[in-house]
Design a protein around this ligand. Structure first.
Ligand SMILES: Nc1nc2c(ncn2[C@@H]2O[C@H](COP(=O)(O)OP(=O)(O)OP(=O)(O)O)[C@@H](O)[C@H]2O)c(=O)[nH]1
Ligand SMILES: [Mg+2]
Length: 259
């Protein structure tokens, strides 16, 4: 018997959503991998529907990490800045190709004094979302450092990377185009998929998280098929095995390493 309510209708993903730009995408295929589609049709997705995929969101202070998550999960926007202390998380349940799929979105602190608390929660991520503010070039310059820190706790060969520019509403088209060039260059260097969003207007926020859910789901199913059958040429498996069981409550307790 299921202990969970049905997935919200606006969290159902029947097709692979498009990338933001083909210039910096994890892949540019129009549909889900055929093996994944077949596995979903034939009910051969194993434990994928029972697990939670951990997604961590990192980046400089005040770039808009919390607002991004709140826009997607609660459809709210707060114009007042309240620093995240350590970490927080939200759960989002989807249905992808008819299979239930859950993401745990970990919102981490960008402020230096809370970073050591936050970094203890980096481990076991299936995707890392690195956030910068499109109006603040310094926050883009710090992206690689955030990635280095997050990868200390994760397997670089299996984790999916996303680079997200926020506060697009505050930028003129000319300013935005300028920083986009640099951002796409960095996204390509670090092999991340690039997105630009506004949590104030909601522009691209749902599209972005649907893409994160879809690509993480696809990687999970491919990893599951890898366990149960022979690999076929052309399949890309990028996932680790640190997912959490859906029926266990993640601990929110905070370590006391920071003063
Ligand atoms: N105009 C505009 N303001 C935004 C947007 N996203 C966030 N902000 C504002 O930027 C400030 C910081 O946002 P937060 O989401 O709290 O930033 P954060 O990255 O979580 O910061 P830390 O928790 O300290 O790491 C707030 O005043 C938000 O209202 C956006 O898309 N557009
Ligand atoms: Mg925050």
């Amino acid at each position: 018997m299921s202990v969970l309510p049905p997935v919200r209708r606006d969290r159902i993903i029947p097709d692979l959503p498009s990338c933001f730009t083909k210039e910096a995408a994890l892949h540019t295929k129009a549909t889900f991998n055929p093996r994944v589609r077949r596995a979903c049709q034939d009910d051969r997705t194993g434990t994928v529907g029972l697990k939670i995929s951990k997604i961590i969101v990192v980046g400089d202070l005040s770039v808009g990490k919390t607002c991004l998550i709140n826009r997607f999960c609660k459809d709210t926007f707060d114009k007042n800045y309240k620093a995240t202390i350590g970490v927080d998380f939200e759960m989002e349940r989807f249905e992808v190709l008819g299979v239930p799929f859950s993401l745990q979105l970990w919102d981490t602190a960008g402020q230096e004094r809370f970073k050591c608390i936050a970094s203890t929660y980096y481990r076991g991520a299936q995707a890392i979302i690195i956030v910068f503010d499109v109006n603040d070039i310094a926050s883009l310059d710090h992206v690689k450092q955030w990635l280095r820190d997050a990868l200390k706790e994760n397997d670089p060969t299996s984790v999916l990377l996303f680079l997200v520019g926020t506060k697009k509403d505050l930028s003129s088209a000319a300013q935005y185009n300028l920083i986009e060039k640099d951002a796409i260059k960095i996204a390509k260097e670090i092999k991340a998929e690039y997105w630009a969003v506004s949590s104030l207007t909601g522009e691209n926020v749902n599209e972005f998280f649907f893409r994160v859910a879809s690509l993480t789901f696809e990687a999970n199913v491919l990893a599951e098929l890898e366990k149960t059958g022979p690999r076929k040429i052309g399949d890309v498996v990028r996932i680790n095995n640190n997912d959490t069981n859906l029926f266990k409550n993640p601990k929110k307790s905070k370590p006391n390493c920071c003063q």
